[in-house]
Design a protein. Structure first.
Length: 543
């Protein structure tokens, strides 16, 4: 016997219409590519999203056709999220930090029919437009009078002119909630990128999960700044969860330097932010150099890569901001875990609380976790046993777009994340390394993340990356690549001495190499594969 409830599909369009009706005056503020601030409401955004849908209908796009975007976080990109998916097409966010050849490959693989782009990415578009064999329409996200006359792109149209003649009213189609809504590609560190194709159902459920109090805790009382790009796993689902809850949205555009981010936080009363550690490193350095404080910011979600404990402590102890350490993957939409204390942990001494807060946190409802040994046997949740991390749930992929890479799932529909982790008795996950980055020395594992976190606590270190190098006796040994903080004098021995008492002696790096820059990927993660290539001929010091 089935229940007698209405069977209403979970669709992206319902989120923006809910926001327009129940949070119509809540603000969406955007720092535009043009340099000024744009300000309007969810009600305004819904009207313009409907116009986007009508404009796509007029182009004759079929159901599930892909529409690509090359755009920063802003109101026009937000409207595209809803107008594209809500009308039954698929929004395909492309990372503009990739090289043009890879952007063209991704657009062709996705078979994008339309490509919408911010004018700051015009050089990329000029380099790829003749190579994008499926794109029939090019839309510049600008006013009609800002459209460059000499773009060289046949048929280029301005976004504002494109949607200007469309009706403010639109009957959003109703269809199977399992239909495709959004397409994101992985970073492609090994081979070509692979596409994760999210459904309406998975995206709405993910928004519910992200908004929960023990996850990001979004509500109509928050003003949230998603510094994490909308081209990086849909800004961690924040554009959907914010509309669901009526949170004020503050979009930073292209200005992600410390000063610009701090100014926007203060001017717009931002209470919550979200981004990767490298962005917050720039913000904290700017604030320290200029003696600045926060007047409204209460919390920040940090993910994308492990957040150094020193950064968590700096936010908390110096600025009174709670860090919500989070973990996930493109293949997971991306949210998997968020670190919020349980009731009994709030009564612990500060030092013991910090030992919990540095972990990646507890699973959001909808995500199941397992850690297994090399033979696939479950390991205990004791906080000590490290194994391969497996996940499954309603917003985790079952296969990649077009079947790239074959079937990624293990028996029981478990997805192998490629991370090595522990889980403690309270269910808190701690990523100890990527399986490809863990250092195997003399039969024992050394966590590159642990080595990096200690180095990042040194007052003279701006950024650190730990990689392995071959060793004739121990197979592999760790070395540390470091960028010094400006004006700081720090030696190799200073760094090595800093490890005393913090880690076992055999886990201390064998050498410290100072560099001017460390390669970062398109999403702000350290590219260790490039570091290993850079130092492939490195020889450990004698002794």
């Amino acid at each position: 016997m089935l229940g007698l409830m209405q069977d209403q599909p979970l669709l992206i369009s319902s989120l923006i219409e809910f926001a327009a009706r129940h949070h119509r005056s809540a603000e969406i503020v955007s720092r535009r590519v043009e340099g000024d601030l744009h300000r309007y409401t969810y009600a305004d955004a819904a009207v313009r999203a409907r116009r986007v849908a009508g404009a796509l209908d007029r182009l004759g796009l079929a159901f599930s056709d892909r529409v690509g975007t090359l755009a920063w976080n802003g109101y026009r990109h937000f409207e595209l999220y809803y107008g594209i998916s809500g009308s039954g097409r698929v929004v395909h966010t492309i990372n503009p930090r990739l090289v043009p050849e890879q952007v063209a490959w991704i657009a062709n693989h996705a078979e994008d029919q339309v490509l919408c782009f911010d004018l700051s990415f015009l050089p990329i578009v000029k380099a790829i437009w003749s190579k994008c064999t499926t794109v029939k329409h090019w839309i510049a996200l600008c006013d009609a009078d800002a459209l460059p006359a000499d773009s060289g792109i046949a048929g280029l149209r301005s976004y504002e002119a494109w949607i200007a003649g469309e009706s403010d009213q639109y009957d959003w189609p109703e269809f199977d909630e399992r239909s495709a809504a959004a397409l994101c590609y992985t970073s492609g560190t090994t081979g070509n990128p692979k596409g994760a194709l999210y459904s309406h159902r998975s995206s709405v459920l993910h928004a519910y999960g992200a908004a929960m109090p023990d996850a990001m805790g979004l509500s109509a009382r928050e003003s949230i700044l998603p510094v994490v790009p909308m081209f990086h796993v849909n800004a961690w689902g924040i554009p959907y969860a914010a509309a669901m809850t009526g949170a004020k949205l503050v979009f930073p555009g292209a200005a992600l330097d410390g000063k610009s981010v701090h100014d926007l936080i203060e001017s717009e009363g931002v209470t919550m932010a979200a981004g990767v550690p490298t962005v917050w490193l720039g913000l904290l350095n700017h604030m320290a150099q200029h003696g600045l404080r926060f007047s409204t910011l209460k919390s920040t979600v940090i993910g994308g890569s492990a957040c150094p404990p020193a950064m968590i402590a700096s936010f908390k102890d110096t600025y009174g901001v709670t860090v919500l350490h989070a973990w996930g993957m493109t293949e997971m939409s991306p949210l998997g875990t968020v670190c919020n204390l349980k009731l009994h942990q709030t009564r612990l001494p500060a030092e013991q609380q910090m030992a919990v807060l540095v972990k990646q946190g507890r699973a959001v409802f909808g995500v199941e976790l397992r850690i297994v040994d090399p033979d696939g046997r479950d390991l205990p949740w004791d906080g000590q046993s490290a194994g391969d991390l497996l996940v499954k749930g309603p917003w985790i992929i079952q296969s990649y777009f077009k079947g790239e890479g074959g079937d990624p799932l293990l028996p029981g529909h478990w997805f192998p994340t490629g991370d090595v982790a522990t889980i403690d008795t309270d269910g808190f996950l701690q990523i100890t390394d990527r399986s490809k980055d863990v250092i195997k020395s003399g039969g024992e594992w050394i966590s590159s993340i642990d080595v990096e976190n200690i180095a990042m606590a040194h007052p003279g270190v701006a950024m650190a990356a730990c990689i392995s190098v071959p060793h004739p006796k121990w197979d592999e040994r760790p070395i540390l690549v470091v960028i010094k903080k400006p004006g700081q004098e720090v030696s190799r021995q200073d760094i090595l001495d800093f490890y005393a008492g913090k880690i076992a002696k055999w886990q201390v790096p064998d050498d410290v190499l100072f560099v001017d820059s460390i390669p970062l990927g398109a999403t702000g993660k350290i590219q260790k594969i490039k570091l290993r290539e850079q130092f492939k001929d490195y020889q450990l010091p004698a002794g």
